[in-house]
Design a protein around this ligand. Structure first.
Ligand SMILES: Cc1ncc(COP(=O)(O)O)c(C=O)c1O
Length: 345
């Protein structure tokens, strides 16, 4: 039975179990419907088995060796991946400016971080792709066990994951791809290729671009290692079944005709915006991240005008450019407002 269906089933037993709200004592009223489906893993309907089956179905959708549902963000997936493939004292090659969870993962594994840098595009003020040649030089110089690459970057720059994987294979190195910002990639050929079927481990935040609730995410594994032990070490023994069910439903939606059509429509709108706003310049490999620059304006100036005059808040700004993040939930009306704002500059 799916997790979603299981949560719909009423448990007719008189509950002397956790959670102690017993689905009836609603302390925080706005979350009433959440309390109603907040069961514990010991519930008579056996949610643990339903979770395993849901993850198995997800594995088939993503065509991976395993796909694990995460309710503590990509952060927990990256930590679990590093713990799975790295022993204490081994070296992990990480980007110096990566998300803090990369270094935390290395520390928790008792491993040694070796840092690489990526080139910054001076005109756009954003980090560029991870250079394969530079990585190969590191792998020749150090005895590296694991490489972590962020692709796409926050701003939508994608690295050559196939080539990096080939280099890693040559050197017997595990490749972990932080695809936190690329959870839509497996669902459209109009987006960059996902690492899910290439890297040893790929981690995606559903909550960032794929319409998921905070902090739902996925850990995909393609090597013959098992991630369960590491996940057990860092996760609670009382997972949120409503969040887990939302992951199941989220994947089904993205993989459905409806979800794919919604994504296609979003991509159509984004292409139109880029074409029509010919007073602006755009950059990056991922059209869902509108990395934009307007001649004569600095990034902060553009950000301020959008915020103060048009009521539009961007995701990230640097000295040169501004990035507005779009995802499956971005609506057409708001994109039109953004387009008109950009056109008026
Ligand atoms: C590149 C990158 N990796 C990992 C993370 C962590 O993701 P989460 O918030 O899902 O734990 C973030 C969060 O902002 C991120 O930007």
């Amino acid at each position: 039975m799916s997790l979603v269906k299981l949560l719909k089933k009423k448990n007719k037993k008189i509950l002397f179990t956790t959670p102690s709200h017993a689905q009836k004592n609603i302390i925080y009223k706005p979350l009433k419907s959440l309390y109603k489906i907040d069961i514990s893993e010991t519930d008579a309907h056996n949610p643990t088995e339903a979770l395993l089956k849901a993850q198995e179905r997800a594995r088939k959708i993503y065509k991976t060796n395993s796909t694990s549902f995460l309710t503590n963000g990509s952060t927990s997936g990256i930590i679990a991946a590093v713990l799975t493939c790295t022993n204490p004292g081994e070296k992990v090659l990480i980007w110096r400016d990566s998300h803090p969870c990369h270094l935390n993962a290395v520390r928790l594994a008792g491993a040694i971080p070796i840092y690489y840098d990526v080139e910054i595009d001076e005109e756009w003020g954003v980090p560029l792709e991870t250079s394969c040649k530079m990585i190969e030089n590191y792998l020749n110089a150090y005895d590296i066990k694991t490489l972590i690459v962020t692709s796409p970057t926050y701003e939508g720059i994608v690295s050559d994951i196939r080539k990096l994987k080939a280099i890693c294979e040559k050197h017997n190195v595990y490749l972990i791809v932080d695809e936190a910002h690329g959870a839509l990639y497996p669902f459209s050929e109009r987006l960059p290729e996902s690492a899910t079927q290439i890297a040893d481990f790929t981690i995606q935040s559903l909550h960032k671009t794929a319409g998921g609730l905070n902090p739902t995410a996925l850990l995909h594994c393609n090597c013959n290692l098992k991630v369960e032990k590491a996940l057990k070490m860092i996760n609670t023994t009382s997972p949120s079944y409503p969040l887990l069910a939302s992951i199941e439903e989220n994947i089904n939606y993205l993989n459905s005709w409806w979800g794919k059509r919604k994504l296609d429509q979003l991509l159509d709108e984004l292409e139109i915006l880029r074409e029509e706003c010919n007073n602006c310049e755009f950059f990056g490999d991922d059209i869902t991240k509108i990395l934009v620059r307007v001649p004569e304006l600095t990034g902060p100036e553009l950000s301020e005008i959008l915020f103060e005059e048009f009521n539009i808040e961007d995701e990230k700004t640097n000295e040169k450019s501004t990035m507005l993040l779009c995802g499956i939930g971005t609506n057409k009306k708001n994109l039109h407002k953004l387009k008109n704002a950009l056109l008026s500059l």
